[in-house]
Write a protein that binds this ligand. Sequence first.
Ligand code: 5GP
Ligand code: ZN
Length: 144
Amino acid sequence: MVYHQVCGYDDLMDCLFCAIVAGEIPSRQVYADDAAIAFLDINPFHPGHTLVIPRRHVQDLLADPVVLEEIAPAIEATAKLLVDKLGADGLNVMSSAGEVAGQEVMHLHVHLIPRSADKPGLRELLVREPVGDVDEVFARITAP
Ligand code: 5GP
Ligand code: ZN
């Protein structure tokens, strides 16, 4: 077992997102504050699909009553950043709690998914299509 200094999680190797918080696995980070970081999803549903996660290890929204409040400023700031920089027409905010809900990484994450008017509606939300060059999208979001 490895005790992790950043989050206190018992075994860092068990948690991909703790490793991303610690900088041990690279990510395309678009926002950070004391409580949370935000980085581009490696397999986006739509261009600019971003994950906001707490720095501390929390399994999901049901496991901790205050975590959503802690990461709310990061969610708000990142949502505005994505819409502004990408010129999105709208945005979905989503977080899954538990395998039955589709959660695959057991470190709380809030999906921010920018949407465009040419593919409207919930039916189009989770249809993965080629989304182009992720590095180009990252450059647009992080441009001054
Ligand atoms: P979930 O299905 O748990 O709600 O979402 C997990 C998300 O994490 C998926 O959208 C998946 O593409 C993303 N993901 C999985 N591994 C990595 C990774 O190593 N880096 C990044 N940036 N995203 C990842
Ligand atoms: Zn974790």
